[in-house]
Write a protein that binds this ligand. Structure first.
Ligand SMILES: [Ca+2]
Ligand SMILES: [Ca+2]
Ligand SMILES: [Ca+2]
Ligand SMILES: [Ca+2]
Length: 509
């Protein structure tokens, strides 16, 4: 059918369908040949991404048509720009928005949301927006080492990766609170302390990452400490000493230490080693004198303490050898067992003389601070002594020469009368006795004669006769018969005295 008109007034073609009882009319303004204006569609937040999978909200700019007028809007959804395989064309009347529901969209697919504006003549304009499904949250990383202790400061970078839509915003906090600061650039922590950095990101599809936490520390202060050699002793006689160490750190704690004997610090000779409270150490030089040990401590962040030191005097030199002991009080032989010995003193460099050790017959019996040692009431015997000196750090001198033996004799002599009785008038009287002594030997044997007054009086010394082995004394002959009462007294070299019972001698004709 062909219609032709001569003017520009509107012309309508009306078609009637007749089936006998019902009529249907359709009038078409076939003079409208221009399309409606394009409805510019925006889906969800307009970024082209969404995390919704069962519905999509879309809105579009209002379209108009000056001729036949806007009849309606329709939308459709497809998996390619011209497809309607997800949702076929559906009218929404003259609304400029719609929520398409009951969808089953899947990541990471892209869908095309199409909108048509249709005019009264059935002509349409269309726009569409691609929207990609992103249901995966972003992943944010703090580019620092978990648990690490940073020296002085640390700059924290938050790195975000996101599949599909990409990062929208990242939030963080450094004080263990919920993250609310918007991350725009790396931030620096330079105050000493422990930090719980919390952070999360949101992608452009609206996926929210769960909050992550990274713990780090910043340590800006060096440790402080101390050192004590041999618990603070003044002297040592060994280059091997024990160091007592103490260190404190307000930040991440003391972890390392290093030592020097001369306050020079070489990476190889003075290496860092784990911090402990007790350490065996060599003073280095074996030359006697004042020695120092220097120490430095390091905290876990690498802050290094000041240098601390202690000193000790090395004394490896023994005292001089004391002189040979000699009897300085009392006698030898000696019957009391009480006497003193002395010796010439020792001297000592550095730590000084502490005492002398006294040895009697090879056994140490005591110590004295001065150069004299006294014995009291020793039992009978022969005693010899030697001495050694000890300085204040325990160095021992050699032994002195041994003393001459000192004799203690507590045994009285044994005396047996050997005089034969009776003896004759006119003949010399010979007194004889067998006299022996243990230990010190006989000093003197004396004849005691009883006097008229009853007392005994010394009457000469008996002398030893080698031939008979007896002590004897010869007294002048008596002229008349008589009786003589006498005793024999023997004294040993220690002064022990034996006086016999009284004997009777009869002088007869
Ligand atoms: Ca994502
Ligand atoms: Ca520190
Ligand atoms: Ca010494
Ligand atoms: Ca004796």
């Amino acid at each position: 059918m062909s219609l032709q008109t001569a003017d520009s007034a509107a012309k309508y073609l009306t078609v009637r369908c007749w089936n006998g009882s019902v009529q249907d009319y359709k009038s078409i303004d076939f003079t409208d040949t221009t399309l409606p204006t394009i409805p510019e569609v925006s889906v969800e937040n307009g970024t082209g991404y969404t995390n919704k999978t069962d519905q999509l909200y879309a809105s579009w700019t209002a379209s108009n048509d000056t001729e036949s007028g806007l009849a309606e809007y329709q939308y459709a959804i497809g998996t390619s720009p011209n497809a309607t395989d997800i949702k076929g064309w559906t009218s929404v009347g003259k609304d400029t928005y719609v929520t398409a529901s009951l969808l089953n969209l899947t990541e990471p697919n892209t869908y095309y949301f199409r909108v048509r504006a249709i005019n009264g003549l059935g002509l349409w304009s269309e726009s569409s927006q691609a929207i990609t499904i992103d249901t995966t949250s972003p992943q944010t990383q703090a580019l620092v080492t978990e648990g690490f202790c940073y020296k002085d400061s640390v700059t924290v970078t938050l790195s975000v990766s996101d599949a599909l839509s990409g990062e929208d915003k990242t939030y963080y906090s450094t004080d263990n609170s919920y993250p609310t600061l918007v991350y725009t650039a790396p931030f620096t922590l330079s105050t000493e302390g422990s930090y719980n950095i919390q952070y999360y990101s949101i992608d452009k599809a609206g996926n929210i990452e769960s909050v992550k936490t990274t713990q780090i520390k910043v340590d800006v202060n060096a440790p402080t400490g101390s050192i004590s050699i041999n618990s603070g002793a003044t002297f040592t006689n060994s280059v091997l000493v024990t160091l007592i160490l103490s260190a404190e750190d307000s930040g991440c704690g003391v972890v390392m230490m290093r030592f020097s004997n001369d306050n020079t610090w070489d990476a190889l000779k003075n290496p860092w080693e784990p911090y402990v409270a007790l350490k065996s150490w060599s003073l280095g030089s074996t030359t006697d004198g004042t020695k120092s040990v220097y120490v430095r401590f390091k905290d876990r962040a690498g802050n290094i303490s000041l240098t601390y030191k202690d000193t000790i005097i090395l004394d490896t030199t023994a005292p001089s050898v004391p002189g040979q002991p000699y009897l300085s009080s009392g006698n030898s032989p000696n019957k009391s067992g009480t006497f003193s010995i002395s010796w010439s003193s020792s001297t000592d460099s550095l730590s000084g003389l502490l005492e002398y050790e006294v040895f009697r017959n090879g056994i140490k019996i005591g110590t004295v601070a001065t150069n004299t040692f006294s014995e009291t009431s020793l039992p009978q015997g022969s005693y010899s002594y030697y001495i050694r000196a000890v300085d204040n750090i325990g160095n021992l001198s050699s032994f002195s020469p041994s003393s001459v033996p000192i004799i203690v004799d507590k045994t009285v002599p044994k005396v047996t009368n050997k005089t034969i009785s009776p003896q004759k008038v006119g003949q010399p009287l010979v007194y004889k006795a067998q006299v022996t002594d243990d230990i010190s030997g006989i000093n003197k044997v004396t004849l005691l004669i009883k006097q008229a007054d009853g007392t005994f009086k010394a009457s000469g010394a008996l002398t030893y006769d080698v031939a008979s082995g007896l002590y004897q004394i010869t007294k002048p002959a008596k002229t008349t018969p008589t009786t003589i009462t006498y005793k024999i007294k023997a004294v040993d070299n220690a002064g022990n005295i034996k006086t016999t019972v009284a004997y009777t001698l009869s002088v007869v004709k």
